[in-house]
Write a protein that binds this ligand. Structure first.
Ligand code: C2E
Ligand code: CA
Ligand code: CA
Length: 427
């Protein structure tokens, strides 16, 4: 591995570059926990080999463009150039801590160790190599004091934020076990006749003390922690049960749009789960309902084979795909020719600006025209006023959802609404 001098050099260059381009650079300082006691009990030869194994694992753990260096002794450092958001430094630190806690096999010894990490980010925690270094070191020592196997930022409020996230993660995992999640359903209407044509399932957390919590507050942590895979499975199962209940209460099968996060596509069991749900829905004489998936542009931009395979299989399973938050993503439309999707959902930011801002209105018009050329259905979300309804109708938009008709509601309220012939007038 590069040594201290080389890293110091690279850090200097990275900081120069970052200053010129207004970017962030992070330095992570790692110290192997209890290295001395391992050295003393198993001997220096085992200690040396352990350090080599740690070095190798570190290098595997971070991306190639990041420099991993040996500072001396049992201390290592990782230089992250162009980290963007502080969250990215967290992600790397989190991964490092997780990867290094797995046991090392050195000769016949299975050694359990861990690392303590200190993180400093320029320019907030220092503008030159020396002060950044010193601050990362301070953070690392604090991290050690607070028990091993942890990471810590130099700035205190950053550490608080991270700690809050970790608590939230634990709480969310518990919430899943205790069944504290709920689904609300928001009607989607046909703009021509204002009949309800389906609903979108939206997750809520029924917190024992705080009441109902909206997904914006916990979705980022569900995604980051990977808990979204379990939560997403719960959503699919719950929607499936709901569709069965509706099929015994209503004359027409209901369409439910389900939000699927990119992380779920990386779950090897995803297709099996979807396949099972689909069998349940179709297995009892008549179709109990239809599931549609809402995915974001970033999923479709992902060209790895596994994702492509899943998207194809979903279509073969008769699941319709909608691109959610359309217009906010990469705005590269090439993917639309790679995969057939069925609909686009215009992001609510355009819908909301549409009346006051002519450019937003023009954009909505272009999206609708383009989608229709490609034979896609257009749904507008976040529709709040009858003015917006009128404009959208004039522009030829097919469907809409929003507070102007109904917010997302619990299943029993939506059942009543679906029973009432499924026709609603705007407020
Ligand atoms: P989204 O898919 O874009 O969902 C639409 C959001 O707009 C919902 O927020 C909905 O309550 C809100 N909304 C509906 N009508 C209006 C309106 O007229 N005005 C305004 N301002 N907002 C309106 P919600 O329920 O808080 O969900 C936020 C996001 O969380 C969703 O955005 C979606 O990305 C994510 N999400 C929700 N449920 C799930 C889920 O089961 N799985 C996954 N992966 N993501 C979910
Ligand atoms: Ca959605
Ligand atoms: Ca959306």
């Amino acid at each position: 591995l590069p040594n201290r001098n080389l890293l110091h050099d690279r850090l200097g260059h990275a900081l120069d570059h970052a200053r010129r381009h207004a970017r962030h650079t992070a330095i992570l300082l790692l110290n192997v926990d209890n290295f001395n006691s391992i050295n003393n009990s198993l001997g220096h030869d085992v200690g040396d080999r352990l350090l080599k194994a740690v070095a190798a694992r570190l290098r595997d753990s971070v991306r190639e463009e990041n420099t991993v260096a040996r500072m001396g002794g049992d201390e290592f450092a990782v230089l992250l150039e162009d980290v963007g958001h502080a969250d990215n430094a967290v992600r790397v630190a989190h991964k490092l801590v997780g990867d290094l806690v797995k046991p090392f096999l050195v000769g016949e010894h299975e050694i359990f160790t861990s690392v303590s990490v200190g993180i400093a980010i320029a320019p907030a925690d220092g503008n030159d190599a020396d002060s950044l270094w010193k601050n990362a070191d301070t953070a690392m020592h604090r991290s050690k004091e607070n028990g091993h196997n942890a990471y810590r930022f130099y700035s205190a409020d950053m550490t608080t934020k991270i700690r809050e996230r970790l608590t939230l993660k634990t709480q969310l995992s518990r919430a899943l076990e205790r069944g504290e999640f709920r689904l609300h359903y928001q009607p989607i209407l046909d703009l021509r006749n204002e009949r309800v044509v389906g609903v979108e399932a939206l997750i809520r957390w029924q917190h024992p003390d705080r009441g109902i919590i909206a997904p914006d507050e916990f979705m980022p942590v569900l995604e980051e922690s990977g808990l979204i895979v379990r939560a997403g499975e719960w959503v699919l199962r719950t929607v499936c049960k709901q569709l069965q209940q509706w099929s015994s209460l209503l004359r027409e099968p209901v369409r439910v749009a389900v939000n699927i996060s990119g992380r779920q596509f990386a779950d090897p069991g995803f297709l099996d789960k979807v396949g099972c749900m689909n069998c349940v829905l179709k297995g009892r004489g008549r179709c109990a309902g239809v599931m549609e998936f809402e995915i974001t542009e970033s999923v479709l931009m992902n060209t790895d084979l596994a994702t492509i395979k899943i998207l194809k299989a979903l279509r073969e399973n008769g699941i319709r795909l909608t691109i959610d938050d359309f217009g906010t993503g990469y705005s590269s439309l090439a993917y639309l020719t790679r995969f057939r999707v069925d609909a686009v959902k215009i992001d609510r930011s355009f819908v909301q600006d549409m009346i006051a801002n002519r450019d937003a209105a023009a954009l909505v018009e272009v999206i609708i025209t383009m989608a229709h050329v490609l034979n896609l259905t257009v749904i507008a979300e976040g529709v709040e006023t009858s003015e917006q309804v009128m404009l959208l109708r004039n522009l030829g938009c097919d469907m809409m959802q929003g507070y102007v008709f109904s917010p997302p509601r619990p299943a029993d309220e939506v059942t009543t609404l679906l029973k009432e012939a499924g026709s609603l007038k705007p407020r």
